[in-house]
Design a protein around this ligand. Structure first.
Ligand code: ADP
Ligand code: MG
Length: 337
């Protein structure tokens, strides 16, 4: 019997910057997905999940396109099996301590990374992250950056990760002792997230075709673009990259009020410049940001609904109707026999 645990992740700051080689500051969680199972000689991949009724049962090796396969969640597993050339057979079970139903904590990356490690992916963790990203692309058609997979695979307990998505350098950043990370839902399921995501990505590529890499661009350069939408999108990316290092400095100096302000600035930028928020998300952000014990809050993840993240004094509770949790920075994916 082999077992693998892969955590979810929450991004503290650095949103919509990974796909232009920018900076991000996510942390792996201490909750995630566990797959337990065994290789066999049946020539089939058979898995069940405690969060879904219908099991996966497909013949190996997996050939061709996985996007018509049922159940939908099985596409990640089938694609992972395809990536490592799984042929003999495998049977197992999936358990999750992440909330069911798309809260934006990267259960999909946790699943892809867990499957890859379990089925025998043995490259270094950066290569595994790239393969996990291809798995998600094959399963969903979403052309994501590498932040989620790198966080899931490289998490360090008690730390966030400064990831340079250009060089792929990863530096653990200790979280101050006197702060707690809260994740809470906006009350709005993520809508249009995939198509809008691809659209934002295309705009960034168009900007880069005009002025070169956004990672090196200045505010003056993006402000001088002709297209007003490009100005706003570019301005978000340039400022958001700067906010990642500003947040690390705020953590290092223990200035949690400043850390909170950086979150608030980040939210405003996502809402007004990158335009990936919604009225419901904005209202939830304002409600929570005004609560006692909260330093600041912002939308986290791709946007158009989903979850928000806040920095708070330890012991702070959220008086909201929606789901929320205390997020503790945990270890990256681990395989055990
Ligand atoms: P996120 O990655 O932010 O949690 P996504 O919409 O990208 O949200 O991924 C959620 C999808 O990942 C689910 O619809 C399902 O296909 C798959 N998934 C997540 N958790 C599980 C699980 N415990 N068992 C099986 N599939 C899961
Ligand atoms: Mg996902």
């Amino acid at each position: 019997m082999t077992s693998v645990f892969a955590p979810g992740r929450v991004n503290l700051i650095g949103e919509h910057t990974d796909y232009t080689g920018g900076l991000v500051l996510p942390m792996a969680l201490d909750s995630g997905i566990t797959i337990t199972g065994q290789h066999n000689d049946t020539g089939r991949l058979v898995l069940s999940s405690s969060q879904f009724d219908e099991p996966l049962d497909v013949a190996l090796p997996i050939g061709g396109d996985v996007t018509t396969l049922q159940p939908v969640w099985g596409r990640y597993l089938a694609s992972a099996a395809q990536q490592v050339g799984l042929a003999r057979g495998f049977e197992g079970e999936i358990e999750s301590t992440l909330p069911a139903g798309g809260t934006g904590l990267s259960s999909s990356s946790a699943l892809a990374c867990a499957a890859l490690l379990l089925f025998g992916g043995d490259a270094d963790r950066t290569e595994l992250a790239k393969t996990a990203r291809s798995i998600e692309f094959a399963a969903t058609g979403v052309n994501s950056g590498l932040m989620d997979q790198l966080s899931v695979l490289n998490g360090v307990a008690g730390h966030a990760l400064r990831i340079d998505c250009g060089s792929l350098d990863i530096a653990p950043v200790p979280l101050p002792d006197d702060v707690e990370v809260l994740v809470f839902h906006s009350g709005q399921p993520r809508m249009l997230a995939d198509s809008e995501y691809n659209e934002r990505r295309a705009t960034c590529e168009a900007i880069e075709a005009l002025i070169g890499p956004l990672r090196e661009a200045t505010l003056d350069q993006v402000s001088a673009l002709d297209d007003p939408t490009m100005v706003k999108r570019g301005r978000h990316v340039v400022r958001e990259n700067a906010r990642v290092d500003a947040m690390i400095e705020a953590f290092t100096s223990g200035d949690l009020s400043l850390a909170g302000e950086i979150l608030e600035d980040g939210h405003r930028s996502l809402s007004e410049d990158y335009e990936v928020s919604t009225p419901i998300v904005d209202a939830q952000q304002q409600r929570v940001a005004a609560m006692p014990g909260i330093y600041g809050a912002r939308l986290t993840g791709g946007g158009f609904g989903g979850s928000l993240v806040a920095l708070a004094e330890p012991g702070t509770t959220l008086e909201i109707d929606e789901w929320w949790m205390r997020a503790r920075p945990g270890q990256g994916a681990t395989l055990s026999d």
